[in-house]
Design a binder for this molecule. Structure first.
Ligand code: GRF
Length: 209
């Protein structure tokens, strides 16, 4: 059974969705860089081991990442799931976990990498918005996309309402992608990413209008 660690910084609603999905893999630990993150409580409620590694206590990014890396090795982790983890990871750490680490981003990548995606979608007047699950590479929000969920932006939407609507979609597609990895439906190989044994040329699309 695949062993999963989830990295969090905040509320952890995606962590909750992953817990509730009863994945074929086992969530063996949750790491937070913030001691006050509610996600830690969610992990404890589900009897999952937790580790608080406060980035502020380290002289630089690499030193912080080294301790996280060691914790993941101690838990014998096969898959790292970033779920609202608000730290940029060092190239060394990303390289060590390349092909074994996924993220969810609240936009239809490659559009709107980085922060404040909902407001930027409204500012541009886009008709569609959504979220993307992707492998993590050293370039921010740029790894291969595995799944996307799309919604229509309504005229009365605000950044907050979009955030809420996107969250609903995140809680559907993130556990689904995690399950696909746990069961080998998605495989990261030397020859690229495979979906059901075939090269994955584009992300699986989920629509909700
Ligand atoms: C989500 O919007 C996700 O897309 C982004 O961070 C947020 C985490 O929310 N990466 P939560 O902590 O899972 O509720």
């Amino acid at each position: 059974m695949i062993k999963i660690a989830v990295l969090v910084s905040g509320s952890g609603s995606n962590l909750q969705a992953l817990i509730d999905a009863n994945l074929s893999g086992q969530i063996v630990g949750v790491i937070s860089n913030k001691p006050e993150a509610f996600a830690l409580q969610r992990a404890k409620n589900a009897n999952i081991a937790t580790a608080v590694i406060e980035h502020k206590q380290f002289p630089n990014r690499e030193a912080f990442d080294d301790v996280m890396h060691q914790q993941l090795l101690d838990w014998d982790v096969d898959l790292v799931i970033l779920a609202g983890f608000m730290r940029i990871l060092s190239a060394k750490f990303v390289h060590a976990w390349e092909g074994k680490m996924i993220n969810i981003h609240p936009s239809l990548l490659p559009h709107y990498k980085g922060m404040h995606t909902h407001q930027r979608v409204l500012n541009t007047g886009d008709a569609l918005h959504g979220c993307t699950v992707h492998y993590v590479t050293a370039e921010l929000d740029a790894g291969q996309a595995l799944a996307q969920a799309v919604l229509k932006v309504n005229t009365h939407d605000t950044a907050d309402s979009l955030a809420n609507r996107v969250h609903v979609l995140e809680h559907i597609i993130y556990p689904q992608v995690a399950e696909w990895i746990c069961t080998g439906t998605i495989q990261h190989t030397e020859n690229g990413v495979l979906f059901r044994g075939h090269p994955m040329t584009e992300a699986v699309q989920f629509c909700k209008f």
